[in-house]
Design a protein around this ligand. Structure first.
Ligand SMILES: Nc1nc2c(ncn2[C@@H]2O[C@H](COP(=O)(O)OP(=O)(O)OP(=O)(O)O)[C@@H](O)[C@H]2O)c(=O)[nH]1
Ligand SMILES: [Mg+2]
Length: 434
């Protein structure tokens, strides 16, 4: 897939309007996805129908109309606003003598072009091969003739069309590749789990930024880092769909000296291909294990409500359930007459680029994450210098002095630290050293 240059390719986008409530919105989004894949939309067509044609998805007359329009505008690719069965794609390509790309293939292409880390590449690679598996078949796809294969089957598809046995062989090669990639991904995830376990031992609360692609998750992360973390640990921000594919975790220090971990994750889109959802479950583990989620919403987008619905459905699909959520209506600066920063319970209206907004977000997080934190006095023996260091580095120490038996520290502790250091917690006042 990624060996084909799509930079200058013109496309016609086509949708079957079965009066789905979100049809217009998904068509607009399809146009944005085409642009995100580096192609240009030169025409948009729709057909009203109650159900898709089982053979060619669109009706016969419409198929001819699309082909004519594509020829008139020099568009070699038609992008369809839904998922097609392998035979529908083949039949359409044959009837129109053009390349046909469905929504899943388009999204896979974008992900493939954005993947940078080994982990992201493997996840996209697995999704691509699984998509390709039922589709290896002789086809008249002009893209394939440029040397690539639908679904990046590379060498395996080079032999397409030479008969049943070759086809079976190709499938076996792909399956083997999938197994290898899954294995490698598992190894990477195991190493990450060990790192995550270490963090849990540190008892730092974790917060995950989730939401639609381009909502401003990475911008929120960077602004938090600028004000409360290490500004040189910035993450990548761009006004494009799926700028972020890898999860980044950063430590944030609040003005109260309390720490938490903030993670930035891949964004969602409507009808995210299930192969991708499956393989990105691993990356989204950061969100699944979080103590709190921040759903970032692009409040300046007219479709923000549908985007929130999609986000909630996707979280559900990846098994993220029962985690408290803070809703952040972002980009308030782009909405005339919207007052910000503003907070009502667990809902904030703000702009991720505005320092006052980020301060409000930090205050809210401080309150939500640390509400069970209490003033606690501990008497730590001199032999346990590491505990004293941990408390100094990670908690808000209010008082510290030496006694005959050790260091007396009064600090604010959460439930996890209280149980971890139960042996040293004092219920009576600790005398000062004589
Ligand atoms: N005006 C304005 N623009 C914003 C705000 N927050 C983010 N943006 C812009 O929105 C675009 C997308 O921001 P990102 O932070 O990359 O969005 P994201 O949610 O991380 O997107 P993905 O990684 O693609 O999922 C960038 O061009 C940002 O500069 C805001 O509060 N106001
Ligand atoms: Mg991002």
């Amino acid at each position: 897939m990624n060996e084909i240059t799509t930079q200058t390719i013109s496309t016609i986008i086509v949708g079957l309007d079965m009066q789905q409530p979100d049809f217009t919105y998904t068509m607009t989004e399809l146009g944005e996805l085409v642009a995100a894949a580096g192609m240009t939309v030169v025409g948009q067509m729709t057909q009203r129908s109650d159900r898709p044609d089982p053979a060619t998805y669109f009706g016969k007359g419409k198929v001819e109309e699309i082909a004519e329009r594509a020829r008139a505008t020099d568009a070699p690719i038609v992008v369809v606003n839904s998922d097609l069965s392998p035979s529908q794609t083949r039949n359409l390509e044959k009837a129109m003598k053009l390349s046909v790309m469905d929504r899943t293939e388009l999204i896979l292409r974008i992900f493939a072009s954005r993947a940078r880390s080994r982990e992201a590449k493997l996840q996209v690679g697995i999704a691509k091969e699984e998509y390709a598996l039922p589709r290896i078949h002789p086809s008249s796809n002009p893209l394939d003739q440029q040397g690539g294969g639908r679904g990046n089957s590379g060498g395996a598809t080079a032999n397409r069309g030479t008969g049943e046995t070759q086809l079976e062989l190709d499938k076996r090669v792909i399956k083997k590749r999938i197994t290898h990639m899954r294995h490698e991904l598992k190894e990477i995830m195991r190493a990450q789990d060990t790192r995550r376990d270490r963090r849990i031992h540190q008892a730092l609360p974790s917060v995950a930024l989730v939401g639609y692609t381009n909502a401003g998750k990475s911008t929120t992360m960077n602004s938090m880092l600028q004000q409360f973390g290490l500004a040189d640990k910035q993450v990548f921000v761009k006004n494009q769909l799926f700028a972020t594919l890898d999860t980044s975790v950063r430590k944030i220090q609040l003005p109260t000296n309390r720490h938490f971990l903030l993670s930035d994750t891949v964004g969602f889109v409507s009808h995210l291909p299930h192969h991708l959802v499956e393989s990105f479950k691993a990356t989204l583990k950061e969100a699944a294990d979080a103590d709190l989620l921040i759903q970032v919403v692009d409040f300046a987008d007219p479709h923000y409500k549908e985007m929130m619905e999609t986000t909630e459905q996707t979280l559900d699909a990846i098994g993220v359930k029962n985690i408290p959520m803070l809703t952040v209506y972002n980009k308030a600066d782009l909405r005339p007459d919207t007052h910000y920063p503003d907070r009502e319970g667990n809902t904030l209206t703000l702009s991720a680029t505005d320092p006052k907004s980020i301060q409000m977000l930090a205050d809210t997080l401080d309150e939500l994450l640390f509400k069970d934190y209490q003033d606690t006095t501990l008497l730590v023996p001199f032999t346990k210098g590491d505990i004293v260091n941990y408390l100094r580095d990670n908690t808000e120490v209010k008082n510290e002095h030496y006694t005959d038996e050790g260091t007396a520290i009064t600090t604010i502790l959460g439930p996890i630290d209280r149980s971890k250091f139960a042996a040293y917690i004092q219920t009576n006042p600790v005398p000062t050293k004589a």
